[in-house]
Design a protein around this ligand. Sequence first.
Ligand SMILES: *[C@@H]1O[C@H](CO)[C@@H](O)[C@H](O)[C@H]1NC(C)=O
Ligand SMILES: *[C@@H]1O[C@H](CO)[C@@H](O)[C@H](O)[C@H]1NC(C)=O
Ligand SMILES: *[C@@H]1O[C@H](CO)[C@@H](O)[C@H](O)[C@H]1NC(C)=O
Length: 384
Amino acid sequence: MELMCKLLVFITLLLPNSIFSSPECNFPALFNFGDSNSDTGALLSMFGEAAAPPPNGETFFHSPAGRVCDGRLLIDFIAEGLEVPYLSPFLDSMGTNFSHGANYATVGSTIRRQNTTIFQSGYSPISLDTQFAQFSNFLKRSQIIRQKGDVFKNMLPEEYKFSSALYTFDIGQNDLTAGYDLGMSTEQVKVYVPDVISEFTTIIKNVYALGGRAFWIHNTGPVGCLPYIMDTRVITAAQVDNYGCAAPFNDVSRYFNEKLKEAIVQLRKDLHLAAITYVDIYSAKYSLITQSEKLGFGDPFLVCCGHGGRYNFNNAVRCGRMITVNGTKVMIAKSCEDPSSRIIWDGVHFTEAANRWVYSQIADGAYSDPPVPLKMACHRKDDI
Ligand SMILES: *[C@@H]1O[C@H](CO)[C@@H](O)[C@H](O)[C@H]1NC(C)=O
Ligand SMILES: *[C@@H]1O[C@H](CO)[C@@H](O)[C@H](O)[C@H]1NC(C)=O
Ligand SMILES: *[C@@H]1O[C@H](CO)[C@@H](O)[C@H](O)[C@H]1NC(C)=O
């Protein structure tokens, strides 16, 4: 009988889907770090409406909502999936409610600090180390301010939520393009990737040191399939892959992802109590692009909100651009008729429909290592 029991336990451990017998995590809060792929309004709070002007937000929020998208981002679908409210940007001073977490992501953020200002290069001053500094400060001060009671108590998280929250990361793409912007070659960009990953690792360790335990880390997407790369860089015919993407840029993304994956294997050894889920966003997005026609999105590169050119994208006339004609303001980079039939929103970011599709692919763990569904991401790889 005892042997039978042991055998059963053994068999259960062998089953890859034994995770489904574990309880759901019931994350009471969500803390996000990232760039424009998950900014819910921080850059707009800092630098004004130009960060995400109309028609951004038109599909779901029906007005600009700080997101560079027609509607919801992947992080919004993640919030819905976890049944927590959409995340307020930490930097927004109006109408925010942090009782279920906060969002530190800003449009243009990088992992490493850049040596340029946003006015020169477009990269945000809120790099990942700064996002962490804000989080650390929030953790401390939120507890002091909650003691004032009333509204403060209802707008800030209880202390226990920090250790049982899900910590999500979606950042790295801008670190890669920043090198190219400085005139570097693909080889030169690759050389500094380990340094970027090392900085990323440091921040994960710092969050862990403050009590964070469940980490959901997105790798970086196929940047070589985005019109803002394909239309502004020199790409030879030989560098275009079978689906029309710029191969060297995707190679760099995959190199970054490979190094990130290796770093996470090491992090699992170093941080014994951490549950770290690596999510292969690259493959989910690439799969969407390569199946675009079949999935009803038509030309995968055709930009919904833009102005002219091969992809309906002009880097100098980005989505929402207004000009004055005879004293009247007119939008010359307008939204397309039906954003839900396009993958690319503005040449750089995905539409809500594309984000929803990516969410539907990653939520059950199919693209994750370990293959845990979102709601189970508090379970450690060793325990499943
Ligand atoms: C910024 O400049 C310093 C000093 O030259 C250099 O070490 C660092 O790599 C630069 N950072 C980036 C992101 O280029
Ligand atoms: C903040 O959001 C939570 C959850 O939705 C809610 O219970 C709380 O009342 C809100 N606080 C304020 C001040 O609106
Ligand atoms: C601007 O006004 C002039 C003079 O009325 C007119 O000839 C021209 O067509 C107008 N331009 C546009 C773009 O409407």
